[in-house]
Design a protein around this ligand. Structure first.
Ligand SMILES: *Cc1c(COP(=O)(O)O)cnc(C)c1O
Length: 444
């Protein structure tokens, strides 16, 4: 009798073969149009492709879940699922509905990052001073179960029209401080080449737009989308950056690596944004392996996200401590460029906030005491004399020779304001502070 202990686990290669052999024989397997047309959207189709079956009761729960949050999985991505142990499989967990998604907790929100509230025109989120998020496509080939924009997934109302894209482009044209445009969605690579070419061409015509970046998960879930034709089109629009979304080392298949090679060879700097997901990658070893494999493929780990407070994600969330533990196990232990910045995207639209283990242990007037990744405690002696350059933000008069144009001159924001010499503020006070209200009352 075969038992879990004695059975030699099948290699992933073998499993891919077992699950997808009849489709791989189909010469269309590598055609991304075929992958999109054959995206798995029903339990029946999933069962047919993978050979995994569900009970009547499970089916009912799954269908209820899919009524609220639809399913779509590319046959390619589904073929990576380990059928023998699918319930613990990171590919399965990221792509297949889980009835736990229907559990909405008190702290869950439909739009936790206030992307719609911080939106001057539909499709644009203008959160930071110098860059905007531009949602140009609502389509995705695979619906990530952990999507932060779950509210929009599969909703045809949100497919932006050409007129809407024009309005977004106009907003960028009219706002000279926007020097970085982040195309996302949906997945911009689900737009036809010519349409994306048009958007990029229009953006490139805007003199103040210095860089454009694309956020796409196609290298992970639909690597065949990265065709020579697409890459040759993208090449015309440099400086173009690209961020993708690998969460587990198992996703770095030969096809995915080939897609990354094409993009990197086209001179596109590649970054990766992972999400920390319970039961998928909440392990220092997994994240280390993932990031090491990414840099091997010329992808620079960019962010590791704490899971957002979007509705239906509670079963994916970890404590923040897990993220800190993971960063602790990376810094110093592996290449600096294999370490992403761990961030919490502030609920309410505050933007991404980096979170780090504490490395500074103490401080005196001339010494900083730090500890390193091994636990060694060290001192850094600060200079005995340092003449700070007085800064009233008058860069024209400053000896440091920075040449700014008008659009770049801006008043300091937040804590920056308290640190510099140019602003009289000595404190930042929350709106509606009661103590200060009492003060006002006393004065009047
Ligand atoms: C993440 C994000 C950006 C880009 O932030 P970076 O830290 O520059 O990568 C811009 N706008 C919005 C709304 C975002 O969520």
């Amino acid at each position: 009798m075969k038992t879990e202990q004695t059975k030699k686990p099948a290699s992933r290669q073998q499993l891919v073969k077992k699950t997808a052999i009849k489709h791989i024989l189909d010469s269309n397997w590598r055609d991304y149009h075929w992958q999109l047309e054959n995206a798995i959207r029903t339990i029946g189709a999933f069962e047919k492709l993978t050979g995994i079956t569900f009970s009547e009761e499970e089916r009912k729960e799954l269908e209820e879940t899919m009524n609220k949050f639809p399913m779509s999985i590319t046959p390619y991505y589904a073929s990576l699922i380990d059928r023998e142990n699918y319930r613990n499989d990171p590919i399965f967990k990221q792509s297949f509905p889980n009835p736990a998604e229907l559990t909405i907790s008190k702290y869950d929100m439909t739009d936790p990052l206030h992307e719609d509230k911080d939106s001057p025109v539909q499709g644009i989120t203008h959160r930071y001073p110098d860059r905007v998020l531009f949602l140009v496509s609502n389509r995705c080939s695979m619906y990530c179960r952990h999507c932060t924009r779950k509210r929009k997934v599969g909703d045809p109302d949100h497919i932006p029209s050409k007129k809407q894209i024009e309005a977004g482009l106009n907003y960028i044209r009219e706002n000279r401080q926007v020097r970085d445009v982040l195309l996302s969605g949906g997945d911009p690579f689900l737009l036809p080449d010519a349409y994306l070419d048009w958007i990029l061409t229009e953006l490139r015509k805007i003199p103040h737009v210095e860089v454009v970046r694309i956020g796409t998960r196609t290298p992970v879930v639909l690597p065949y989308r990265i065709t020579d034709r697409l890459v040759n089109m993208l090449k015309k629009h440099h400086p173009l950056w690209l961020n993708t979304h690998f969460n587990h080392p198992r996703e770095l298949t030969h096809s995915a690596q080939e897609a990354l090679r094409k993009l990197a060879d086209a001179g596109i700097p590649l970054g990766n944004q992972s999400v920390l997901l319970a039961g998928v990658n909440d392990c220092p070893q997994i994240i280390k392996k993932l990031n090491q494999k990414l840099v091997q493929n010329r992808v620079r780990p960019y962010y590791l996200f704490q899971c957002d407070l979007s509705e239906g994600l509670s079963h994916f969330r970890t404590p923040v401590g897990k993220g800190i533990e993971i960063i602790e196990s990376l810094v110093g232990h592996t290449s600096g460029f294999a370490v992403p910045t761990y961030v919490i995207d502030a609920p309410g639209g505050g933007g991404k906030i980096p979170v780090m283990p504490n490395y500074i242990i103490s401080w005196s007037t001339n010494k900083v005491v730090l500890r390193n990744y091994e636990g060694v405690i060290t001192t850094y002696k600060e200079p005995d004399s340092y003449e700070p350059i007085f800064c009233d933000r008058n860069c024209k008069e400053c000896v440091l020779q920075l040449k700014l144009d008008e659009a770049e001159e801006r008043p300091p924001i937040g804590v920056e304001k308290l640190l510099g010499d140019s602003d009289d503020a000595i404190s930042l006070i929350p709106h509606g502070n009661k103590r200060l209200k009492r003060r006002e009352k006393k004065a009047s």
